[in-house]
Design a protein around this ligand. Structure first.
Ligand code: FAD
Length: 471
């Protein structure tokens, strides 16, 4: 009987332990993607990017004589229908770790087993299963450095190669038309602006990794904080959708380290931040929507998402060039450099004294590399409410940060058109991407700061000082 492989955020063929195991049984494999409520809940940009990923994955399967079956609906109902239609005896998937997926998967596993269907879930999204890493006392880690020390010398299995063959079933079940799914419909004008910046799929992910190892890993340690340079790997969107597996990335980093590449250790350490975010989310799912440290619950953050300062931040018109540059980069490319993510997050939560959840939601709508755990950990780290957070007194000064990390102003010029005689295409394209209702024009005056940097810092510092004893 065929195996139904339910793909979620694992849209690849190699370094895929679950698929390798399914293929090794010698039974036909029916690959399925279900547009269920977890998919519906995605923000506009990640949902659009998922659509591109599904097209690329369907092509990859097709090229190997297989197919990707698309179905919309409640996952359990869809899987039961497919079992009936195909006579499948098993349903397999790669594990997910966010609370909504865990709850769904548990429920489905129990129900299918009751139907007499074999169910198997495999690792593959992470290097280290969250429950396998523990402190000496046996609990979860809350601080990064000891977590890193605990995992850095752990054996990571080699990535599996692509299955040599995926045996097709005798007849294929019906699939829905990806065109009808219109996963990009919430993007409106943004999609055509973003499209040239995105290369979806497993082959593109491998190319990005190879390029990084060839050209940039040596410079990574010294230059990874420079948003004006393209030194980091750009792998986050691929890791997020599983278009590349973390073991592949880990072993590429390890091999670079063995050849003495100076940045390899720093890169592996950064890759493991992703693991740490999953470790935190798994052990404290409230990381996603509440202060990890409850003593921040009464902190006087603005919680009005429609506040004019918040609207100015979302529209990348705060009047602070480094902040606006980062937010515009995100709107045009669906990504933002890590350094600028920290700067824009610090500005929102500190200078604008706005709750991190409002920023987290905006990122979840705009980032094509959106990842529930990394996004929540990043925001809570910057806001100070997270575990191992930035010290409360670390209020990034966006101007000092710009001098240090964008020393020639190239990054700001790339993204801010106003005030330039001949702005580059990147900066102009922001105005094509944003909704017309925002009324933004490249030939307008660049906005004045919505909050002065000194004033914002003073207000934030005094509010944060009041918690000092608790932090
Ligand atoms: P590289 O520097 O090449 O790093 C390699 C890989 O390591 C990345 O692809 C990523 O998977 C992982 N990684 C690196 N830094 C981090 C980090 N700080 N936390 C977790 N994983 C990391 N990353 C996301 O993937 N999705 C998000 O939604 C996300 N939201 C963020 C929000 C905030 C406020 C902050 C401060 C950071 C956020 N990050 C997020 C982490 C980080 O900014 C991105 O992973 C990174 O910029 C991706 O670029 P890269 O692939 O070139 O990274």
């Amino acid at each position: 009987a065929p195996i139904i492989f339910w793909f979620r955020r694992d849209l690849r063929l190699s370094d895929h332990p679950g698929l390798a195991a399914a293929a090794a049984t010698g039974r036909p494999v029916i690959s399925v993607f279900i547009r269920d409520e977890v998919v519906e809940a995605l923000g506009a940009a990640p949902k659009w990017r998922l659509g591109l990923g599904l097209d690329a994955f369907a092509c990859a399967l097709h090229a190997r004589g297989s197919r990707l079956i698309l179905r919309k609906g409640k996952a359990l109902e869809v899987l039961r229908d497919l079992v009936d239609e195909t006579g499948a005896g098993s349903v397999h998937w790669t594990r997910a770790y966010d609370p909504a997926s865990i709850e769904r998967d548990k429920r489905i596993k129990a129900a299918l087993k009751e139907d007499g269907i074999e169910v198997a879930s495999s690792p593959g999204h992470l290097l280290f299963e969250p429950w396998t890493v523990a402190t000496k006392a046996g609990g979860p880690f809350k601080v990064y450095s000891p977590y890193w020390r605990a995992v850095r010398s752990q054996e990571v299995p080699e990535a599996s190669t692509e299955p040599s063959r995926l045996i097709p079933p005798e007849t294929w079940p019906r699939t829905e038309d990806p065109g009808d799914w219109a996963l990009g419909s919430e993007m409106r004008r943004g999609a055509s602006v973003l499209r040239p910046h995105v290369q979806p799929g497993e082959a593109a992910a491998r190319a990005a990794l190879d390029h990084f190892v060839d050209k940039n890993v040596n410079r990574y340690k010294d230059l990874r904080d420079r948003p004006d340079l393209a030194v980091t790997s750009g792998l986050s969107e691929y890791l997020s959708l599983g278009e590349i597996g973390p073991r592949t990335v880990w072993h590429a980093g390890m091999r670079a380290r063995e050849t003495g590449a100076p940045g390899a250790e720093a890169f592996l350490r950064q890759l493991v931040w992703r693991e740490f975010s999953y470790h935190l989310m798994y052990h404290s799912p409230s990381l996603l929507n509440g202060n990890w440290r409850p003593e921040w619950d009464d902190f006087p953050w603005n919680t009005d998402a429609d506040h004019p300062n918040v609207a100015a931040w979302r529209q990348a018109g705060t009047g602070i060039p480094m902040v606006d540059a980062g937010l515009r980069e995100m709107y045009v490319t669906g990504r933002m450099h890590n350094r600028t993510r920290m700067i824009v997050a610090s500005y929102l939560t500190k200078h604008l004294m706005t709750h991190w959840k409002i920023g987290l939601d905006w990122f979840a709508d705009c980032l094509i590399d959106w990842d529930p755990a990394a996004n929540a950990m990043g925001w809570q780290w910057v806001a100070g409410s997270g575990p191992d957070a930035a010290p409360y007194f670390r209020i990034f000064n966006p101007e000092t940060q710009a001098k240090k990390f964008d020393p020639d102003g190239a990054y700001r010029r790339r993204w801010i058109a106003e005030g330039q005689d001949a702005p580059p295409e990147t900066a102009l394209s922001y105005f094509d991407a944003v909704p017309e209702s925002w009324g933004l024009r490249p030939d307008a005056e660049y906005p004045r700061p919505v909050v002065g940097l000194d004033e914002g810092r003073r207000v934030a510092l005094s509010a944060y000082e009041s918690r000092r004893w608790r932090v």
